[in-house]
Design a protein around this ligand. Structure first.
Ligand code: SAM
Length: 414
């Protein structure tokens, strides 16, 4: 039997009417919220301490967004021509139109195409700026391996290497990675004698060899600790920098000793070395000792290591060493394993004598110098823990930094 509204009033069913109205109100609120999908980032209230922006509304268009900027497509896996693929990507990217209110209604259209050319797979904008590199007046100090970022930003997606697979998982990845993910065969051939990396079927395998690790990297790591027992991996030495790291086996194996190592090397004829290191899951970065400061803060590392890293430490009156001194903590160590330490020929001895002069001027102490059973030698220097030695020097050379010299910015400082 239908109940009319009049009957409801007559029979005084007010609680029922009241509940009905509340329900109606809730449904209306829900409908309104569903239609309004604006994201509002507000800096008012308790977020004030971390918010720097005025009230900003970001409205996404109703079109579905590109699933992710990493729409890297393996050109071999489809029959489409590059032109067709480009068109397809363009269509997808139409969804990336964003409108930012509060900044003068700027329309940002992100138009990603696939990068082209032979270097496309390995393209690194600031390192592959051939125009800037060609224009350099000197390459003597590795200027051509330093960063030269292009004026205009490239907006293209790097194609995946042919046959790319999900990377091998850690910890297995330290010892083997998919060849197809970093398909660079030259280092295998080039460093065959030194056992850096071997191709084995579908994998690249890293046996832990290196220029100075004739008996393997574990032996070498233990040898350093035996040479100077003050060095206790994972105890007083926890944060290490490996300069000119090759494929970063040194840092990879120090992880076993509870030591975190940042490894670095430039993009040079040691093809793709940092890419190998990253694919292995070992912390590493592309960098070079050249004319500019390294992008690490002052007094940070417990130990810096260089095994035949080809840096002319004594060049320009020792400037590269002054830079190490900046980032090494007081009392920290510099381990240098290179031929001038253990060979007698004229060239090596000249470098060794220059190192003696520079390190003395910097108040670094030689705390160990030795040669192991395979004929590889190393020297360990220690940075002083107090300023007293600097004050006793006859000449203030290298001069002590003034407060103004100690800029904190990372990039492009000479
Ligand atoms: C002979 S390999 C030694 C690699 C590794 N340390 C080892 O013992 O197996 C020389 C390394 O030094 C790097 N290198 C050369 N010049 C450099 C520079 N100016 N700054 C940093 N690394 C440099 C090379 O890229 C390469 O990784």
């Amino acid at each position: 039997m239908a109940i009319s509204i009049e009957t409801l009033f007559k029979e005084r069913k007010f609680p029922f009417i009241f509940t009905f109205l509340i329900l109606l109100f809730c449904v209306m609120i829900l409908l309104y919220a569903n239609n309004n999908n604006t994201i509002t980032i507000s800096t008012s209230s308790t977020l004030d301490t971390i918010g720097f922006y005025p009230d900003v509304k970001v409205q996404e268009q109703q079109q579905p967004l590109n699933p992710s900027p990493f729409v890297l497509q393996d050109s071999s896996s489809s029959t489409k021509s590059p032109k067709e693929k480009e068109q397809e990507l363009l269509q997808k990217n139409k969804g990336l139109l964003k409108k930012v209110e509060g900044f003068g209604n700027v329309d940002v259209k992100i138009d990603w195409k696939l990068c082209k050319g032979v270097v496309a797979v390995d393209y690194i904008p600031c390192l592959d700026n051939l125009k800037a590199i060609k224009a350099l007046r000197s390459r003597r100090h590795m200027e051509h391996r330093e960063r030269h970022c292009p004026d205009s930003r490239s907006r293209c997606l790097l194609p995946l290497p042919k046959g790319y697979k999900v990377p091998v998982l850690w910890p297995k990845s330290r010892d083997m990675i998919w060849y197809d993910n970093v398909p660079h065969p030259k280092l295998v051939e080039y460093k065959k004698e030194q056992n850096w990396v071997v191709k084995s079927g579908e994998y690249l395998v890293f046996p832990g060899g290196g220029t100075q690790f004739k008996e393997g990297v574990t032996h070498y790591i233990n040898f350093i600790e035996e040479t100077l027992p003050t060095i206790q991996w994972g105890k007083n030495i926890r944060v290490v920098l490996d300069a000119g790291c090759g494929v970063a086996s040194f840092g990879g194996y120090l992880l076993d000793k509870n030591v975190i190592t940042m490894s670095f090397a430039p993009k040079d004829e040691h093809e793709a070395q940092i890419q190998f290191a990253l694919e292995r899951g070992i912390p590493s970065t592309l960098s070079v000792i050249g004319t500019q400061k390294l992008t690490f803060p002052d007094n940070g590392f417990d130990l810096i290591h260089c095994a035949r890293c080809r840096v002319h430490w004594d060049a320009d009156g020792g400037k590269p060493l002054f830079e190490l001194n900046r980032i090494l903590r007081p009392g920290g160590f510099f381990v240098w394993s290179a031929t001038p330490v253990y060979r007698d020929d004229e060239r090596d001895q000249k470098v060794w004598n220059a190192m003696v002069t520079v390190t003395k001027a910097m108040c670094w102490n030689v705390v160990a110098k030795t040669v192991d059973s395979s004929g590889i030698g190393l020297v360990i220097y220690q940075k002083p823990t107090s300023i007293s030695c600097y004050e006793k020097r006859k000449e203030n050379n290298p001069p002590l930094c003034t407060y103004n010299d100690r800029k904190n910015s990372s990039w492009y400082l000479i």
